[in-house]
Design a protein around this ligand. Structure first.
Ligand SMILES: NC(=O)C1=CN([C@@H]2O[C@H](COP(=O)(O)OP(=O)(O)OC[C@H]3O[C@@H](n4cnc5c(N)ncnc54)[C@H](O)[C@@H]3O)[C@@H](O)[C@H]2O)C=CC1
Ligand SMILES: O=C(O)CCC(=O)C(=O)O
Length: 452
């Protein structure tokens, strides 16, 4: 009992400390609470983590780099944005995590993403630490040249802090292979060499890995399929709603359809489409990947489909499986309650922290199978780590080879989450399982590396 109180007090005290130090950072504090809620049983079994001040240290980033990004728009006007890189924890390997270009980017969002990334990356079983970066630059409405000039300016400053054994950025919202190409080109230009492994998510024709663009979405569906299998079920014949229509959403839809599901709806930040015949993923790819169009345009090619303004309306459509693949806190408690009332069986988080804390609790309390982001969307970074391996070995694996490895990684992550949940007294709770399994790996490494 005394030990239990000590574990509870420790978690509570450190949370209060983090809150005091980061009072305005609501997304960061949300991500901290989500992990802390799972960790109490860990400190009962591992008092050495308390003795080594692991929670105090693991919640403070190694460093946060903030910088000015000046660039000239097409009219010759000087524009200034703010750039970030949060190097959160490198106990498991070089900092690794995407770069986000979106007007909402701020310190809280960067820190929550980098914190989550630390545990996600540990779950993959690959030697990568946690980081994340980005800028409040809005790529919407910018010309190709403006995007290039901005990206070059961004990486000119960031190049001082990254490197293939130091910190390896990749894409995220608003950053795909085009932007990674500009960053890679500018980095090599500044350094005067060719450092293949300094970025991942590169074009497979020049240094990237086949299967990277598909990996997060496919990986999410592989994870959910494992979770369903554990409950005697599968994607076959299920109805699915997928929020977003970007990189993660598109390939989650593609894999779900391949496994026999009927994807009925997807969205973007303006609204959602419902197609009673099932979403035609090739049309979404053409609209989004090639033409950069709004999802509304889908209805021009598929007359039976309906477009609705407002992105959260997508959760009012009855479905068996919901895959939120757009952005943080996009699925709130009211949306969860609608999905539950309409009989949803499983939820898989393709985006980072897309469900609010209240939504997650509602799903769990109502017996909905729930696959948390740091496990379910780890396929992208796992294939990024494979890209780093290929770059080091100076060879390229085939798409089938990468996909086979991805399946194994996702199966292993599911197994370790499932086992950790059982071992620590929360059988079937993959939120607790993912938090504990990821935390144990990072905490063990931090103890081994001494206090610093
Ligand atoms: N790209 C990757 O490999 C990985 C991405 N993620 C996460 O997945 C999420 C999506 O990232 P990407 O697909 O790469 O970005 P993206 O930029 O390719 O696509 C984002 C999509 O979400 C839509 N969107 C934005 N806000 C929305 C909202 N409130 N409701 C509905 N749609 C909205 C956008 O219109 C766009 O279609 C993010 O949370 C990201 O951090 C996680 C792991 C890896
Ligand atoms: O591929 C990577 O390095 C980063 C992926 C990422 O940003 C994420 O997992 O959220």
């Amino acid at each position: 009992m005394e030990q239990k109180n000590r574990a509870n007090d420790y978690v509570h005290e450190v949370y209060e400390l983090v809150k005091k130090r980061n009072p305005e950072e609501k997304e960061f504090l949300q991500a901290i609470r989500e992990i802390f809620d799972s960790l109490r049983p860990v400190f009962l079994k591992h008092p050495e983590f308390i003795h080594n001040g692991i929670l105090e240290r693991i919640t403070e980033p190694d460093r946060v780099i903030t910088f000015r990004v000046s660039w000239e728009d097409d009219t010759g006007k000087v524009q200034v944005n703010r750039g970030f890189r949060v190097q959160f924890n490198n106990s498991m390997g070089p900092y690794k995590g995407g770069i986000r270009f979106h007007p909402t980017v701020n310190s809280s969002i960067m820190k929550f993403l980098a914190f989550e990334q630390t545990f996600k990356n540990a779950l993959t079983g690959q030697p990568i630490g946690g980081g994340k970066g980005g800028s409040d630059f809005n790529p919407k409405g910018k010309s190709e040249r403006e995007i290039m000039r901005f990206t070059q300016s961004f990486i000119t400053e960031l190049s001082k802090y990254i490197g293939s054994d130091m910190d390896v950025p990749a894409g995220d919202i608003g950053v795909g292979k085009r932007e990674i190409g500009y960053m890679f080109g500018q980095y090599n230009r500044i350094k005067g060499g060719y450092e293949a492994g300094v970025f991942t998510g590169k074009d497979p024709n020049h240094g990237g890995s086949l299967g990277r663009k598909e990996a997060t979405g496919y990986g999410c569906v592989y994870f959910v399929e494992e979770m369903l299998k554990g409950n005697g079920d599968s994607f076959a014949g299920k109805t699915v709603s997928v929020s977003g229509s970007g990189n993660v959403a598109t390939y989650a839809m593609e894999k779900a359809v391949e496994l026999g599901a009927n994807v009925l709806a997807c969205s973007d930040s303006s609204g959602y489409i419902y197609d009673p015949n099932g979403i035609d993923v090739e049309t979404v790819k053409i609209l989004k990947e090639l033409d950069n169009k709004r999802i509304q345009e889908y209805t021009k090619f598929h007359k039976q489909a309906k477009y609705h303004e407002g992105c959260t309306g997508i959760w009012s459509i009855p479905c068996d499986i919901a895959l939120p693949c757009a952005t943080q806190n996009e699925l709130e408690e009211k949306d969860a309650r609608l999905l539950i009332a309409n009989g949803v069986k499983a939820v898989g988080e393709g985006a980072n922290m897309p469900c609010t804390e209240e939504a997650v609790l509602a799903f769990q309390a109502n017996g909905v199978l729930f696959a948390p982001a740091k496990a379910a969307n780890a396929g992208g970074v796992a294939v990024s780590a494979m890209e780093m391996s290929q770059n080091s070995m100076r060879l390229s694996w085939t798409l089938d080879e990468v996909d086979e490895k991805l399946k194994i990684v996702m199966k292993n992550i599911h197994e370790s989450c499932h086992d950790a949940a059982t071992r620590f007294g929360y059988p079937g709770n993959l939120v607790v399982g993912a938090n504990i399994a990821g935390f144990l790996k990072v905490a063990d490494a931090m103890v081994a590396h001494g206090i610093h």
